[in-house]
Ligand binder design. Structure first.
Ligand SMILES: [Zn+2]
Length: 214
């Protein structure tokens, strides 16, 4: 709620004058604090008016002038000093209870991304190997990468499809239960990339592309 409204509705100039130590007579007259006033020449009630120097205003203007503050600070000072609760509607409870929930969501999303990245990279490699290392003749011994492709393409495709199209329960189940497998897939990809890099830097066993081959 607006602090000005709260103060204006609840506190008079006379109340603040008395609160800050000025003596107000029964006739509502007080010595003016804004000029050198020997005999009370300020009439003070809800508002105030000085017959000596002409100062006038309400409780907030009185306090602002008296303490030399802005009217906003004056209003807040009055509210605090008179125990007026203007902060209640502005007060927002700390948002901490939401945080753990959010970080769990975040955790799940990251785990899911990790699975997705591993599975899709692996599937990409498997499909490449399946073509690249396919045996060219009946009696040729099958290349281990070709075998690996045949062994794993279907399952990898299935898991990836679940991640992409499954409902949240399926995905959560996959992320939770295939974590080890996905980790080993990431390792497998890293291992394959390392061996490829080595063979490239060594310059000897550079991998042939399907184009070069054909
Ligand atoms: Zn005065």
């Amino acid at each position: 709620m607006d602090v000005f409204r709260v103060v204006k509705d609840n506190v008079t100039a006379r109340q603040v004058a008395e609160h800050y130590g000025m003596k107000v007579g029964r006739n509502g007259m007080v010595c003016c604090p804004f000029h050198d006033d020997k005999h009370p020449s300020m009439k003070i009630d809800k508002r105030y008016y000085c017959f000596g120097c002409g100062e006038k205003g309400d409780a907030i203007e009185f306090v602002g002038k008296y303490f030399g503050t802005t009217s906003k600070d004056a209003a807040m000072k009055i509210a605090d000093d008179f125990g007026l609760d203007y902060k209640i509607e502005k007060y927002k409870p700390p948002q901490e209870p939401l945080r753990p929930k959010k970080s769990l969501e975040q955790e799940f999303r990251e785990a899911q991304d990790y699975c997705f990245k591993g599975l899709s990279d692996y599937l990409h490699l498997l499909k490449e190997w399946k073509i690249k290392y396919a045996p060219k003749s009946m009696d040729e011994e099958w290349h281990p990468l070709f075998c690996e492709a045949l062994d794993n393409i279907d399952q990898t495709e299935y898991l990836l499809d679940t991640l992409l199209n499954g409902d949240v329960r399926d995905r959560a189940f996959l992320v939770q239960n295939q974590g080890k497998k996905v980790k080993s897939i990431h390792e497998r990809i890293r291992e394959f990339n390392n061996s490829r890099e080595k063979s490239i830097t060594r310059g000897s066993g550079r991998e042939q592309s399907t184009y070069e081959r054909g």
